[in-house]
Design a protein. Structure first.
Length: 94
């Protein structure tokens, strides 16, 4: 499943685990001293996207999400493309 950073609250129930994982990620990115300047800027500009894979993981789903990301990437304001990113999350199985 592919979703934009701004639409994370609207994910389907089967992906509720993703809300928890992205919240943890948000806390890390927003913490003082996070070393990735590009990650912080992309987060602040809301140009991050998420790929979420439910177990059992299917590489075709990831390929489809990457394709969707590339389509969205073309729509991003040119100056923001250098900080846009896709974060891939795998459903925890433990």
């Amino acid at each position: 499943m592919f979703v934009s950073q701004s639409d994370i609250k609207n994910v389907a129930e089967e992906y509720n685990w993703l809300k928890n994982e992205t919240q943890k990620t948000k806390e890390v990115i927003e913490s003082k001293g996070f070393p990735c300047v590009f990650g912080v800027q992309g987060h602040n500009k809301q140009v991050h996207f998420y790929s979420a894979l439910n177990y059992p993981y299917n590489p075709k789903d990831l390929a489809e999400d990457i394709s969707d990301y590339l389509k969205e990437f073309e729509k991003i304001y040119t100056k923001d493309r250098c900080v846009a990113g896709v974060l891939v999350f795998y459903e925890p199985i433990g």
